[in-house]
Design a binder for this molecule. Sequence first.
Ligand code: G3D
Ligand code: MG
Length: 170
Amino acid sequence: MVLGDAAVGKTSLINQYIEHSFQEDYKPTLGANIIRKDIYINKINVKVRLIMWDLAGQEKYNVIRSMYFQGCVGALLVYDITRRSTFETVNSKWLRDFEKYVKQEGTYVLIGNKTDLTEQRVVSTEEGNSFMREINASDFIETSAKYGENVEKAFENLVYNILKKLGEAT
Ligand code: G3D
Ligand code: MG
């Protein structure tokens, strides 16, 4: 799942990542866009089918959101480096939701998006790094969904860490 406050860039990250090779199934009544992508992870020689859930952020979808968490194994926790409030809600809201609803041990990667807006940056890379350690995220990656910078790396890092954790558990 891709989680974070409104307008941090969740939809942009997914759109940038899937480019032309996507299939989507938009269910506006359910407040979710469901996207599928087949990828190959070189490092460990496996094919993976990703099913991504891009959820609408509105409060009215809160009940439905809790149902989507069932079966979820990992998340990108996204904030906008130009808005401190979006950095704070990663811990106060999104990570809490994730831990509350995801039954098995989940994997999450912290994402600081909009690195192209250098002038407007208010959350430093160093803060992101120490926050990653504080919340026990698998990794921290700064991205620009606008220019595609580190976007593929973000998703594939999450997949790799999910598989790694699943492998350790079995
Ligand atoms: P959301 O799905 O998390 O709600 P969106 O966020 O992907 O809809 O993005 C919200 C706004 O931020 C959009 O602007 C989008 O273009 C912009 N945005 C997303 N990622 C980046 C980025 O990396 N850099 C910059 N500069 N902007 C970004 P609009 O104006 O269309 O609302
Ligand atoms: Mg969106």
